[in-house]
Each structure stands twice: as C-alpha cells, then as structure tokens.
Ligand binder design. Structure first.
Ligand code: SF4
Length: 224
C-alpha cells in the first residue's frame, strides 16, 4: 500500500487548526475517512455537498456510513435563492444542454457551498486518485489549492484500483449500493450513469462531454 495511516498522520501534524474531509460517497472517500479516523485526527469535520440532485440510494448510504463510522456527516446545501434562480433558468435537464450550463449548475450546487464550508479551514482531505481519470493524472499527495486557499491532502493519490479494493475489503467498509448497480463513480442523478465492462471509471460522469473537461470545478491543482 503506497500511502497509509502513518504517512497521513505525519502530514496532519504539520497542519494547525480545523481539517475538513469532503465526502462524496465514492469508495475512495470511505477509505480516506477510515484512514483519517485511524490517525486519530482531531479538529475534523466530515461534510458532504447535498446538491438536491442525489440518488435515493445515496441518502440511504449516508445513514449507513454514519452508523458504521459512528460520526456525523454534515450535509451542506445550495443557497435557496441561487438554486431557485438556477432552476428557473435551466429547468430539470438544462445542465445537459451545454458545458456552460452544466458548469453553472455545478457552481451553484457544489462550488459555492464548498467555498462557504472551507472558509476558516486550514486543510481539506479528499479521496481523489490519479488513476481515476485523465483530469487527475498529475495529482499529488500534498498540494496547495489555489482556488480555495488551503492545503489539500490526497492520501489516496497513488493508490491503484487494486489498492483501493484491497483496503475496502480488509476493513469491511460499506459501499454505496450504486456500486452493485454498475456505477464506478458516484455523483448527481441527472449526470451519472452505470458504466460497462472495460469503460473508464469516470466514463459515467457527464458522459456527453469531452473527457478532458469532466470536472465539476471543485478540484484545480497547484503543486506544493
Ligand atoms: S453534477 Fe449535474 S446535477 Fe450535480 S451539480 Fe453538477 S450539473 Fe448539477
């Protein structure tokens, strides 16, 4: 295993103040959270962005995870006025009409709430892996997040698929029921589909867009 709890613990010791873990219901997030809890991380806030567009299975999984880890996972929502305006402009499926409209939806439902959450935090931990997609191939374990102005720790950056599934199995970590339905990456219902055998892990996210541009705006990287 390329990066384990001990190494994460060393990184965390260099961080003063509150640390946040962004949970988006991926197997990777569950493994990263498990690692963090094994480190005995204090000042930790585990949060998720509830876009109001999630699958029903995700709500069920949220409760299961809180029971498994015995911690609260705080949900944050879009600003109600911004969401109302967005819905008036895009309707139910407008995010599929163009990359600009899709990015606007992600901005209001994800990026702006995340900015509010990360204000006052000194670091955030993610479950991102370089092997997930072409947009993440240069991911580093430790990065400076220019967009949100804080340190970003990606403890799973170098994990292969085999590393991930071995860790999940070793600790009996529960997975989203969507994995059992062919999903390999979990996102909003209008923008995520199951993938076929041999398809890229993130092929089911915004599948109508160019793979090199398939990010929701949360992850822009600068090396430390
Ligand atoms: S993933 Fe789709 S539904 Fe979710 S915020 Fe982005 S565009 Fe909107």
């Amino acid at each position: 295993m390329p990066f384990e709890a001990e190494a994460l613990s060393l990184h965390l010791q260099t961080i003063e103040g509150p640390v946040a873990l962004a949970f988006s219901y991926q197997a990777e997030d569950a493994a990263a959270l498990h690692l963090l809890l094994r480190c005995g991380a204090d000042n930790l806030e585990v949060f998720t962005l509830d876009t109001h567009k999630l699958f029903p299975e995700t709500e069920e999984y949220h409760r299961e995870l809180e029971r498994f880890f015995n911690i609260p996972i705080h949900a944050y929502y879009p600003d109600p006025d911004e969401e109302k305006e967005l819905e008036a402009r895009l309707g139910e499926w407008g995010m599929r009409e163009s990359p600009e409209k899709r990015r606007l939806c992600c901005d209001i439902r994800k990026v702006r709430p995340l900015r509010r959450i990360l204000a006052g935090k000194n670091a955030w931990v993610t479950g991102l892996r370089a092997a997930q997609s072409v947009t993440r191939s240069e991911l580093k374990t430790l990065e400076w997040d220019e967009k949100f102005g804080l340190v970003k720790i990606n403890p799973l950056a170098d994990w292969s698929d085999a590393d991930l599934w071995a860790y999940i199995q070793k600790y009996g970590i529960p997975l989203s029921p969507l994995y059992g339905k062919g999903f390999r990456s979990i996102g909003c219902a209008p923008c995520t589909r199951a993938v076929k055998e041999g398809e890229d892990i993130r092929a089911g996210r915004w599948w109508w867009e160019n793979p090199e541009h398939k990010e929701c705006g949360l992850h822009i990287r600068e090396k430390l």
